[in-house]
Design a protein. Structure first.
Length: 266
């Protein structure tokens, strides 16, 4: 087999087989041990060991079935060093070595095999197209977004949505921090006002309640849009009256489950 050094496999009996191409991204592996039999050839991807093996120690990764029926046993030597022993039955044909980001290539009796720098192995037969290595999926990183609103008490609420969930940072108009609430600490009281986060199904709402003004409240979504208002009966009966804002009328729990409308009495 060939390596950006190219070598040729030693002559050996090779089982003739269909020109099947197996491109194996790295897969789950068991440590190579004389007391425990190695797993059968598998098309599963391997996961690189979480503990970096010591230098020059061959850590078994997986066994890959090649296009002609031979197999390659893949070992990891270090962070960017992989080796693949190629066998026809019990006879070892050769070893492919990938180091320093360079792939290792080899061929034998019409078989072509490549050990990629990430430890994956691809193979194909003469006349078949060469498979392309599968790109490693990129982990999506969720970014944090925020919006600022001025509340009825003229304080500022910064509604933040990010990888760690939703939170609201409350401050004075001049920027002095007053409090932060999230779903673990969902409410805070300050100077007669109540600020609260409420889980309503999959949606989280931010509720501002004017305790000094009789319990009038406003409800915002995390785009900063005012979606509901609840005012107390101006006649002083203490009966709450909901006023829709961009979302139709709502029931008495306008802020969602667990939201109690404060009475205007006393």
């Amino acid at each position: 087999m060939r390596n950006t050094r190219r070598t040729t496999l030693r002559s050996a009996a090779v089982v003739a087989g269909a020109a099947t191409v197996l491109a194996l991204p790295a897969g789950s592996a068991l440590a190579d041990s004389p007391a425990v039999p190695e797993p059968q050839p598998s098309a599963d991807a391997f996961v690189r060991p979480s503990v970096e093996p010591a230098p020059s120690v061959r850590a078994y990764v997986t066994t890959v079935k090649l296009a002609d029926g031979t197999v390659a046993k893949v070992y990891r030597i270090g962070g960017s060093h992989f080796e693949a022993d190629v066998f026809a039955g019990s006879t070892k044909l050769d070893t492919l070595v990938s180091k320093g980001g360079a792939a290792s290539y080899g061929q034998n009796n019409g078989l072509h095999a490549v050990l990629q720098p990430n430890g994956t192995v691809t193979s194909w037969m003469d006349g078949a197209p060469q498979p392309q290595p599968q790109p490693q999926p990129k982990k999506e990183i969720r970014k944090e977004s925020s919006v600022r609103i001025t509340m009825p008490d003229e304080r500022i609420a910064k509604l933040v949505d990010g990888p760690n969930g939703k939170r609201v940072e409350i401050s004075t108009p001049k920027g002095r921090a007053l409090a932060t609430i999230d779903l673990r600490r969902p409410s805070v009281h300050h100077d007669g006002w109540t600020y609260k986060l409420v889980q309503d199904g999959k949606r989280v709402k931010f509720v501002v309640i004017d305790g000094k003004g009789g319990g009038n409240s406003r409800v915002y979504d995390f785009t900063g849009r005012l979606i509901e208002k609840c005012t107390v009966d101006p006649a002083g009966s203490g009966t709450p009256r909901l006023v829709a804002s961009g979302g139709g009328m709502a029931v008495a729990g306008a802020a969602g489950p667990g939201f109690a409308v404060l009475s205007g009495r006393g």
